[in-house]
Design a protein around this ligand. Structure first.
Ligand code: GTP
Length: 333
């Protein structure tokens, strides 16, 4: 089976991290997000992945120079302009001449869903397209999907207010498609799956959805990206990964708790790092304290940093205190 992974978004909510690294190539517990996603696909027998690329395609090609990721062959479909989700799926599927049932996943979702159950559901219902749904407590920032008892999608409510729907099931970003879905996608034009194609399929009664309670996280915001990292080191998920990379340089008196430390990081004497992610090459100088933060750049000696996102170009002066800041600030660039 083949899969298309959407990886061409701008990743604006994860700026400044995505100024230098596209979101799907950011590491989660020291393994690229994309590699986690592809490993999940290989388990169900996916042998080829088509990367739907737009923004910054080159880093993907450099990251996988032999065209293989997690043992799966890669193909690169590079859009001439951003085509939005459905336009991107259509472009990639036509590029790879996909003419059989295929999987589509958003490149920023981590889940323990067994995709073979979604494929079985799709086939049993004779669907043209099947969406995976996940329940969330507060759906106001998501696309809510209402289904009947047979799993036929009745309605989409994008970012609903409390009175608009009682459903808590949201689009979880994994889809099974028949090639006939492409009849709904005009070639080479930007088009939204969530706002245009899915509602059109639902209106014809050929769109199905299956909800599961599996672990699921959309890593696209700083707080969820941080959580996705920590969930992989603390036993929240069935898989537990090492929290400290082998090539990190950590002073003996530094204290690191519930954090991920990447290759080439330097942590000085007496520094404290808690509930944080230090991405490869980050520097935390002597006596600095880093709490609930994501750091690519440089934290000066005795600085105190809480709830911050520090990009590759970010430098925090020594002895400063920062709370809930993005450095450099994407709003000013
Ligand atoms: P934000 O800018 O922070 O909203 O992130 P994003 O650009 O990734 O957007 P969003 O999270 O809504 O996108 C969902 C998925 O679709 C992600 O995997 C994106 O990479 C992907 N995506 C969004 N727009 C495009 C596009 O125009 N082309 C391609 N190929 N992928 C896209």
């Amino acid at each position: 089976m083949r899969a298309v992974i959407l990886v061409g978004g701008f990743g604006t909510r994860l700026r400044p991290l995505t100024f230098t690294t596209p979101k799907p190539l950011l590491p989660v517990a020291n393994v690229a997000l994309l590699e986690h996603v592809i490993a999940g696909l290989s388990v169900v027998g996916v042998t080829e992945v088509v990367l739907a690329l737009g923004f910054k395609p080159e880093p993907f090609m450099s990251a996988f120079p032999d065209g293989v990721c997690a043992g799966v062959a890669l193909r690169y479909a590079v859009e001439p302009e951003p085509m939005d989700t459905a336009g991107a799926i259509g472009f990639a599927a036509r590029f790879a001449q996909i003419n059989e049932t295929f999987i589509v996943v958003n490149g920023d979702i981590l889940t323990d869903l067994d995709i073979s159950t979604l494929i079985a559901f799709h086939r049993n219902h004779g669907a043209i397209a099947t969406l995976h749904l996940t329940p969330v407590e507060d759906p106001s920032q998501y696309g809510v999907v209402e289904t009947n008892n047979d799993g036929v999608v009745q309605r989409f409510v994008e970012k609903p207010q409390a009175h608009e729907t009682t459903s808590r099931a949201v689009n979880a970003g994994t889809y099974i498609f028949e090639p006939s879905v492409l009849d709904y996608v005009v070639p080479n034009k930007p088009l939204s799956a969530e706002r245009v194609v899915f509602p059109a399929l639902a209106a014809k009664g050929v769109l199905y959805a299956m909800s599961t309670n599996d672990y699921w996280i959309d890593t696209g915001r700083p707080e969820t990206y941080l959580a996705a990292n920590l969930d992989l080191i603390d036993g929240t998920r069935s898989q537990i990964l090492a929290s400290i990379a082998a090539q990190a340089h950590i002073a003996g008196t530094a204290v690191i708790t519930h954090s991920v430390v990447g290759d080439g990081c330097r942590i000085g004497a007496g520094a404290i790092v808690a509930n944080s992610v230090l991405l490869p090459g980050a520097v935390v100088q002597d006596g600095a304290r880093v709490e609930a933060s994501i750091v690519m750049g440089h934290i000066g000696a005795y600085a105190n940093v809480t709830d911050c996102v520090v990009g590759a170009e970010g430098r925090i002066d020594g002895h400063t205190t920062l709370v809930a800041k993005k450095i450099p600030d994407p709003a000013t660039l």
